[in-house]
Design a protein around this ligand. Structure first.
Ligand code: NAD
Length: 369
């Protein structure tokens, strides 16, 4: 039997609620396969700061260091509640970015997917959705503005100022482009390069490096789109995209728009790949507006489990089964309230019932050979 150790960082807000459903899936996957998951819960985020004095405590670092992979729920507080934590200890700055830096998780894969049959979940018209939405955003995750030097102070004119540096070297760009090009080779061999080279020098370098790297993938057609235009085209014609690659901040913003065109951020899982270790997390935040009500959509968290099964543990078939189990719950007419639009005929279920139905559907599927 193969054994894997998984650090389980439930996070804040809806994190523990959707993590519970992910754990149900891990347990069933264990039962169905010759595999054992040693799930090691560890504090991370705002609650960790209140309980342990740090949003990424040393004990959590040790658990993550020892794990084969990490699954992480969303972290963070509402705008008002965040003020209870010193700026540098707030969950993104104090925990999330340090996690990414620690494991150098440079490539973030964010699938944006909605089959045609579920077009009613989307705010877009069915004729715009066409055959469905099926694209992957590849976001550079450890460089750019989010990781650059920061300076705050008062300038000579007596005015408060801030300076944040957007920095990339060619190797940081090259490695994420390789990931995106390799993914394009496994898909439709079309890569949309999202940039802002009409204004930003960082995009000029990005595009130069892409020209060099792309020579190693002559079969992949590269299409260049300015990030602002890409935002519009995602709404007007999402079907034209297959793999999209972009730097850190563009990816942060555009991938939330990805959730928007699907109908909910609850449909957005992700994988964050590093050279030695990967971690998996929903793309969305801790949703303080719905926390504690058992109404969050756990698809994003269970989808992150499916990505882990395939990418970290090579369990491609069982991963497909998990995706199919979730789709079957939607296919049977159920969804959590974020996707239950009045008059759409969707039957509303809670977070835990969604998880139970996924597990029931998975249990009924043939086991991987
Ligand atoms: P959010 O992503 O938490 O929520 C935006 C909207 O989407 C809300 O209406 C929320 O209810 C809804 N939503 C999100 N996930 C959902 C789900 N699974 N099911 C149903 N509805 C869902 O964004 P926000 O409110 O701007 O941020 C809240 C906190 O999360 C902030 O502290 C922010 O910094 C943090 N955050 C963390 C991460 C992360 O952990 N990677 C990412 C983004 C934001």
């Amino acid at each position: 039997m193969t054994q894997y150790t998984i650090a389980l960082l439930e996070g804040d807000g809806i994190g523990p609620e959707i993590a519970r459903e992910a754990v149900k899936v891990f347990k069933l996957v264990e039962e169905r396969n010759d595999v054992a998951f040693d799930l090691r819960p560890a504090p991370f985020g705002a609650q960790a700061y209140f309980d342990c004095g740090h949003p990424f405590p040393d004990e959590t670092k040790a658990i993550c260091d020892a794990a084969d992979a990490i699954i992480k729920g969303p972290i963070g507080l509402s705008h008002e509640e965040s003020k209870k934590i010193p700026v540098d200890m707030q969950p993104e700055r104090g925990a999330l970015l340090p996690l990414r830096r620690r494991y150098n998780t440079f490539a973030n894969f964010r699938p944006v997917s909605l089959p045609r049959a579920l077009a009613h979940f989307s705010p877009l018209k069915p004729e715009i959705i066409g055959d469905g939405i099926d694209l992957v955003m590849v976001r550079e995750l450890v460089g750019g503005l989010y990781f650059g030097e920061k300076e705050v102070g008062v300038n000579e004119a007596g005015l408060r100022y801030v300076k944040e540096v957007l920095e990339y070297d060619e190797e940081q760009i090259r490695r994420v482009l390789h990931e995106a090009l390799q993914l394009s080779m496994r898909r439709k061999k079309v890569l949309h390069n999202i940039h802002k080279s009409n204004v930003l020098k960082s995009s000029v370098l990005w595009n130069e490096v892409l020209e060099e790297v792309a020579q190693e993938y002559p079969e992949v057609e590269i299409r260049h789109i300015l990030v602002d235009a890409a935002a519009t085209l995602l709404c007007l014609n999402p079907g034209q995209f297959d793999v999209m690659v972009m730097e850190n901040m563009f990816g942060d913003i555009l991938s939330d728009q990805g959730g928007g065109i699907l109908g909910s951020l609850g449909l957005m899982p992700s994988a964050c790949k590093g050279p030695d270790k990967s971690y998996y997390e929903p793309s969305h935040g801790s949703a303080p507006d719905i926390a504690g009500q058992n109404i969050a959509n756990p698809y994003s968290m269970i989808g992150s489990v499916a990505m882990m099964l395939e990418d970290s543990f090579g369990m491609a078939q069982e991963s497909k089964n998990v995706w199919a189990a979730m789709q079957s719950v939607f296919g049977a007419g159920f969804s959590t309230p974020d996707l239950s639009k009045p008059g759409s005929g969707v039957k509303m279920i809670n977070t835990d019932e969604f998880g139970d139905r996924v597990v029931e559907a998975l249990a009924g599927m043939p086991k991987a050979g």
